[in-house]
Design a protein around this ligand. Structure first.
Ligand code: GLY
Ligand code: MN
Ligand code: MN
Length: 465
């Protein structure tokens, strides 16, 4: 039986391992250990779908559970070792294909491989006389416990001339920094994930009509994701009609959609472990009311301002600050807030309607890894330590301003329960940014034109209703 893994050439992962090794060597070398995770039972005999640990997959391209990468970094050379499940005819009859160490080593380009059942013995050999162990500290307690046991065993062999590593160090910050800057293969995958998701948003708009339920529209999204080879949604899809749109991480997706309400969809597929993250908000009946359009135009203008502020050399906070200015002015113009712009910005009164940040890193995880702080900020240079970092080429982030107006006595009822977010994904370039989720309709005119194409709703199976 064959498989399509690794999805990239083995050299892509090998280059990442070499870069990691270089950073570890600069810290004196040692052994890096990263595991893929295990299958987890959902309920009796039924597992949650398995999704590989992002760091492990980034460095190996190996898709199976119970894998462990050991990268042995010496002063002169590096050895890449994979531990994985053995071939097992019976388990393969029940659960499907496994590579086994021999084939995995060959197909994925490792220097060596072992059955994962031998992890403890292999670690005793690999860690003997090494200066340090590098782990994602705090993320894999079982591995940390296993390493502690091995260290104890090795210390017991001191009279045999064997030394144990003197330190266990965190490797997360090195890998986070690597993953923050996307390579060509990663950007290609992310663009494809985004195209699938944008198409799914188009289809979701066509599947929306008064009387449908949020889950029907969700089904239209998921169908497009799967149909194009996406393994999973990148996060729980938010399909939120009317007031539900004011719940930022709404999960239920079970309400009936009402004529005259807006529908907010925040959904993106994951493709080969890379996320996309798109939000669109549109009228259930295909036509914005005046009040909805007025609020929508403010959010859209804020998004354009944030996009214009996204480029290499500016700080991560710049798009947020640009968006907030437009949102605050819009709230004043709509008479939802009192006072002048400076006053509203200074007091933070806009946070009643805009309570989240304008973006986050995007990559293998939807809220991707990577520090938001300037790693070189020093108070003695006049840069406060919490200052946000500068954007650089090939970082990827979302741009997602919104306004959420819950019903309240002091608010004009025409704005009650309007929740709007507009979210696109952006690759930072030298002079600006590339919005690569643009295929999902976004302006009022484009949304209304697109939704005018809707056919009459399809019948559901009569018996089920
Ligand atoms: N979908 C999660 C987010 O937009 O951050
Ligand atoms: Mn997002
Ligand atoms: Mn989102």
């Amino acid at each position: 039986m064959s498989s399509f893994y690794p999805t990239q050439k083995p050299s892509v992962y090998a280059k990442r391992r070499a870069k990691l090794a270089q950073a570890v060597r600069a810290q004196g070398g040692g052994v890096v250990l990263i595991r893929s995770g295990e299958e987890i039972m959902r309920n009796r005999d039924s597992d949650y779908p398995f999704r590989t640990d992002s760091y492990f997959y980034y460095l190996t391209g190996f898709p199976e559970p119970e894998g462990c990468l050991a990268l042995v970094v010496g002063q002169e050379s590096t050895q890449s070792i994979l531990l994985c499940r053995e071939k097992n005819e019976e388990r393969e009859i029940w659960d499907g294909f496994r590579y086994g160490p021999k084939a995995a080593r060959k197909q994925f380009g490792f220097d060596n491989s072992y059955p994962v059942d031998e992890l403890e013995e292999v670690l005793e050999n690999l860690l003997a006389n090494q200066p340090a162990v590098f782990l994602r500290l705090g993320e894999d307690p079982e591995l940390e416990g296993g390493v502690s046991e091995v260290l104890k065993t090795l210390r017991g062999k001191v009279r045999m001339g064997i030394g144990a590593p003197h330190s266990v160090q965190d490797v997360s910050h090195i890998l986070d920094e690597m993953r923050l800057f996307k390579g060509k293969e990663e950007l290609d995958t992310m663009r494809r994930a985004a195209s699938i998701s944008a198409f799914a948003h188009q289809q979701a708009m066509l599947a929306t009509h008064p009387g449908a339920h949020e889950y029907e529209v969700e089904a239209a999204l998921l169908y497009i994701f799967k149909r194009h080879g996406s393994e999973f949604p990148a996060y729980g899809s938010i399909v939120a009609g009317g007031e539900n749109a004011c719940v930022l991480h709404y999960r239920a997706n079970n309400a009936e959609l009402k004529d005259g309400d807006l529908l907010l969809i925040d959904a993106g597929c994951e493709l080969d472990c890379y996320a996309s993250d798109i939000t669109r908000t549109f009228p259930v009946n295909g036509k914005f009311s005046k009040a909805q359009q007025a609020v929508y135009e403010v959010v859209l203008e804020a998004q354009y301002a944030a996009i214009a502020a996204t480029k290499a050399g500016v700080r991560f906070n710049a798009p947020h600050d640009a968006a907030v200015k437009v949102l605050a002015q819009g709230l004043i113009d709509l008479k939802l807030l009192n006072g002048g712009l400076d006053e509203v910005l200074e007091s933070g009164s806009y946070r009643r309607f805009y309570m989240h940040r304008t973006g986050h890193w995007l990559g293998m995880d939807v809220h991707d890894c990577g520090s938001y702080r300037d790693p070189s900020a020093k108070p003695e240079d006049g840069v406060a330590p919490h200052t946000s970092r500068k954007l650089k080429e090939n970082m990827v982030l979302t741009i997602e301003p919104g306004l959420y107006i819950r019903a309240a006595e002091d608010i004009d009822s025409k704005y009650h329960n309007i929740g709007i977010r507009i979210e696109d994904d952006a690759i930072v370039t030298k002079t600006g940014c590339e919005i690569y989720t643009h295929e999902a309709p976004k302006t009022v005119a484009d949304i209304q034109k697109w939704m005018a194409k809707r056919a009459a709703p399809k019948n559901k199976i009569a018996k089920i209703k």
